[in-house]
Design a binder for this molecule. Structure first.
Ligand code: ATP
Ligand code: MG
Length: 263
């Protein structure tokens, strides 16, 4: 069974960017095959991975709705969906990618999300790791993209509000009794010259004080990285980032941690 890593945190804190870093490190360290899942209706993980936007589960759902009465002879709905799923799965070196997308028009995401959860469950036996990039906020927690999560990576930016949002994610996941084995909070886009080896030296006192008040453990800090900004601006794949990137080093630390915890 694959280890499932899910991203969470408030908007713009670097969930997608760090998901790409984790996928990069998984591939580079020989932990492939990886299934990358873009569960954000506003899909951007494919861009971060340098993959053209593929067909999505949302699109398949639309097609499915239209074709429901005219399924190929002898095919059940379930078989047709599975066949379509394999068609939209993007296959890359060491990694496959599945994009949830959204329903056409103003429809609710629940149905597409249920399809995604089923797809992740049936596909995950083919991979060593599944990395799910989620939308900002708390809603994806209640939609439960996956039934069991080994590691939830909760991103915060370098702000008191970021820490409060991270805390809300932790609280809600606990309240809902989500099956999440480990949760790690990362503070991303640290500003200024600081020692980055220990979070309490890297992060401002105000942010650390809020984390302490709320009982939030900060696992690691990631500096604002000009290589990440440059790749983003040039729309280059983050998989091409050098191994010296501090974000990649943190991804390594995160993966070593979860591997040690889930041996
Ligand atoms: N460590 C970093 N150094 C420099 N820029 C970064 C870093 N992490 C993220 N960014 C930049 O911050 C912006 C937001 O990042 P990203 O899209 O990964 O956030 P997100 O949490 O996925 O956002 P959303 O909530 O909209 O999905 C992007 O322009 C990205 O390039
Ligand atoms: Mg994102």
């Amino acid at each position: 069974m694959a280890k499932l890593i899910a991203m969470a945190g408030k908007g713009g804190t670097g969930k997608t960017t760090f998901a790409a870093m984790i996928i990069k490190e998984l591939i580079d360290s020989g932990r492939a095959p990886v299934l990358a899942v873009d569960a954000d209706p506003n899909a951007t993980l494919c861009e971060a991975l340098g993959v053209p936007m593929p067909q999505t589960i949302g699109m398949v759902r639309e097609e499915f709705g239209k074709a429901a009465d005219s399924l190929p002879a002898g095919m059940t709905k379930g078989q047709f969906f599975e066949y379509k799923l394999n068609e939209i799965l993007v296959e890359e070196e060491g990694m496959d990618l599945l994009v949830m997308g959204r329903p056409e028009g103003a429809g609710c995401y629940c149905y597409v999300n249920n399809l995604l959860r089923g797809a992740v469950e049936s596909l995950s036996q083919n991979y060593r790791y599944v990395v799910v990039d989620n939308e900002a906020g708390l809603e994806h927690l209640s939609r439960r993209t996956a039934s069991h999560v080994d590691l939830m990576v909760i991103m915060s930016d370098h702000s008191v509000r970021g820490i409060r949002s991270a805390h809300r994610v932790i609280e809600l996941a606990d309240e809902m009794g989500l099956e999440v084995l480990k949760k790690l909070v990362l503070v991303n886009m640290i500003v200024g010259e600081r020692s980055l080896t220990e979070p309490d030296q890297a992060v401002d006192q105000a942010v650390m004080a809020e984390a302490k008040r709320l009982g939030v453990d900060i696992f690691a800090a990631i500096p604002r990285d000009s290589d990440v900004s440059a790749a983003d601006l040039a729309q280059r794949s983050l998989l091409e980032l050098g191994a010296q990137s501090p974000a990649v080093a943190v991804a390594k630390k995160v993966l070593d941690y979860i591997d040690a915890e889930t041996r």
